[in-house]
Design a protein around this ligand. Structure first.
Ligand code: PLP
Length: 422
């Protein structure tokens, strides 16, 4: 084995869900004839209208004189000009902003963007002090767990819980009595809508977080991978929030282009410049083919239209199927709570007082042909012990209606059995 550095050792280990994926792949491969319903993946389904949108944009690109410039030449580190212009124009019109090209950076997927930000703003400052990467509401996206070269910098906060016991529903809220932002804070990151919970922080909550960060010039990265205007995977009304210290981060992945790796950062010119230099050092620039077709789909308005008319209703309906099946099949007298489905492509189920760990329950569900993701992987940076961490499951909405309904019926049966006093 090669001798690895501390960073090499850490970066060659998989974190969170990626580690569990290995177990899932092995289960699927060894599953034989068993009818396993796999609701673990975060991989979006291929929707015909969405695939057609990208196919049409590609056809146009191939026929245009632009093609050679796109694939046969290096470009600017900031991203492909026509995509940057398209986003600036669209956002200025849609949200009444005054963005110029200098406020926008394109990255190879948004995961990369969090890597740049986590290491440019978090970690050890030149005076040796540790700058924290604050996750104001845990659980949150498991991928934040792997982006820091100095993992000790990651610091997540426990939320408060809004519980609607009669209806078996709940919602997380940031705990402002605990959340601390100060001179040791490097940056703040959260997803809105949230993967894994489907939570959408209210505009008031977002503004409160940004206001706490402003006096210390702390950038607030709002991970909008599921937000409007595309992929528009919000099931509740929400508007993006912009501000001097806010970096609005987007991804084309849930709008049908995960394979092309396109992330977008929108924010203050000085912050964007820092991230751009990081990118030059890392990879020169993101690949341009995906950017060129994205520019076309944004300019024509078809991306937003398909997001609102196809992508959003598709997943919203899946959530309804899941919610209705659980309401009908789950025992009324047990303390189970489904997180409010406000967006994204997942449901989040809390099994309070579960008499085993989430990992054990995940294993048990596999035996009845259902694969979900144990919730404990979604608390990166949360150092304190908290029973709740071991009582949740993430259920992906990427199955057929029938699969989702059948899986939830099987899950309800398993829940009834495990809570039974022995
Ligand atoms: N942020 C969130 C909340 C996600 O769910 C994902 C992917 O699942 C990402 C970021 C990373 O997406 P990408 O790198 O494909 O843009």
């Amino acid at each position: 084995n090669p001798a690895l550095t501390k960073i090499g050792d850490q970066m060659s280990n998989l974190t969170g869900v990626r580690a569990i994926m290995k177990d899932i792949v092995e289960t699927l491969q060894s599953g034989g004839g068993q009818d396993l319903i796999n609701l673990s993946a975060g991989n979006p389904l291929i929707l015909p209208e969405v695939e057609q949108l990208w196919r049409d944009a590609t056809t146009e690109l191939l026929a245009s004189s632009e093609y050679g410039e796109v694939v046969c030449r290096y470009g600017s580190s900031q991203g492909y000009g026509p995509l940057i212009t398209a986003i600036a124009k669209d956002f200025n019109q849609r949200y009444g902003l005054n963005l110029t090209e200098r406020n926008i950076l394109i990255t190879p997927g948004s995961q990369t963007l969090y890597f740049y930000a986590a290491n440019a703003f978090g970690g050890y400052a030149s005076n040796g002090e540790l700058k924290q990467i604050v996750l104001p509401l845990s659980p949150d996206y498991t991928g934040y767990g792997g982006v820091c070269l100095f993992p000790e910098a990651l610091h997540a906060y426990k939320p408060t819980l809004d519980i609607d016991a009669a209806n078996h529903k709940f919602k997380y809220r940031p705990d402002f009595s605990q959340l601390s932002v100060n001179e040791n804070t490097g940056c703040i990151i959260f997803s809105r809508p949230c993967n894994p919970t489907g939570n959408v922080l209210t505009e008031e909550e977002v503004r409160k977080i940004a206001a706490l960060a402003a006096p210390y010039n702390v950038p607030v990265l709002i991970d909008s991978a599921y937000a409007p205007p595309f992929p528009a995977l919000n099931f509740t009304e929400m508007q993006p929030v912009f501000g001097d210290n806010i970096i609005h981060c987007m991804s084309l992945s849930k709008a049908g282009l995960p394979g092309e790796r396109i992330g977008v950062a929108i924010g203050d010119e000085k912050l964007i410049q820092v991230l751009e230099c990081f990118q030059t050092n890392l990879c020169i620039h993101p690949s341009r083919y995906g950017q060129a077709i994205a520019a076309r789909a944004i300019n024509s308005g078809s991306l937003v239209q398909i997001a609102e008319q196809v992508i959003r209703p598709f997943y919203q309906n899946k959530f309804t199927v899941l919610e209705n099946t659980l309401d009908a099949a789950m025992p009324k007298d047990l303390p189970w709570f489904l997180h409010r489905g406000e967006g994204a492509i997942f449901a989040w189920l809390w099994l309070k007082d579960l008499p085993m760990t989430d990992w054990e329950f995940y294993q048990l569900l596999k035996k009845v042909g259902v694969i979900v993701v144990p919730g404990s992987t979604f608390f990166p940076g949360l150092k304190e012990d908290w029973q709740h961490k071991h009582q949740c499951l993430r259920i992906s909405l990427t199955g057929s209606d029938e699969e989702i309904a059948l899986a939830m019926q099987r899950l309800a049966k398993a829940v009834t059995q495990v809570y039974q006093p022995t």
